[in-house]
Design a protein around this ligand. Sequence first.
Ligand SMILES: CC(C)(COP(=O)(O)OP(=O)(O)OC[C@H]1O[C@@H](n2cnc3c(N)ncnc32)[C@H](O)[C@@H]1OP(=O)(O)O)[C@@H](O)C(=O)NCCC(=O)NCCS
Length: 269
Amino acid sequence: MAAITRRHLTPSATGPALRALAAWTPADAPGGGLHPGDVGWHLRFDDAGVLLWSCDDVPVTVGVLDGTVLHVTTAPGADLATLAADAVDLGADAVAGVSIPGWEPVADQRWVVLSWAPRPVTSRAVPVTAADVADRVLVQRAAFTGSTFTVDRWHTMKQSPAGDLAVDVLVRTPAGEPAAAATGWFAGPGRCGLLEPVGTHDRHRGHGYGRDAVLGACAALTGRGASAVAVVTPADNQAAVALYRSAGFTVVRENLDRVRPDRTVAAPH
Ligand SMILES: CC(C)(COP(=O)(O)OP(=O)(O)OC[C@H]1O[C@@H](n2cnc3c(N)ncnc32)[C@H](O)[C@@H]1OP(=O)(O)O)[C@@H](O)C(=O)NCCC(=O)NCCS
């Protein structure tokens, strides 16, 4: 049997990983723990690393190590034993996106996968132009506590090999203030797109701006040929789950991170 090799890709060399993830993306919802859009959003960092496993030069798994959690998507029928050994070698305590035999699901790290089927929409969202980038970044920083997004990182993301997959939309208040934003990611015609991230400025919540951003990004993705649009959010993010349901998304499944057998996770009290 041919050996499986693991490579660390620098941002400019992530094309093969993005193409593999796109080819493995089903029509209705993302398959594993990584969609091309997860990698695209990760590529805002100019030191972003992406892992690619290949067998005879054919990609079989793509991964991103986020702290000690390895997010992966595999080709159908991939060798999970090799992946488990490599995850340990990489120092991962948990894996998101595949069920590695013997690795235990962590009940309090639940992710909801929701999907949206194309339909006509009305939305106040507009595509982010060069003149809007600073406002789009401002929304991100006001929506997510601790966000490190910057105008430079927006450009790094857009100039990366994933940049052409991104559709970025912004919603403004009637007075023109930036209120909500969403980045959608295209995985090719007939494949499911992804929203990552979605946020509303903390001063402008509860006015439907988040829903408009979501629907604007969905319309842009289906306009390019996406067969559906998915989003993945922590199960305990009630505002996000309510927003996506309000925009017409339905729950497809829940994903649980899986922790390696020699690691214990404290039970919640
Ligand atoms: C989630 C978030 C984007 C919602 O934005 P928003 O602009 O306030 O949402 P909207 O006003 O468009 O509301 C859309 C729907 O969600 C519901 N909703 C919004 N916030 C809610 C909350 N905190 N609790 C319950 N429902 C909520 C609204 O009632 C509305 O439902 P309805 O159409 O049935 O009335 C915003 O809270 C946010 O930016 N949170 C931090 C970032 C985040 O968690 N992003 C999502 C990560 S995947």
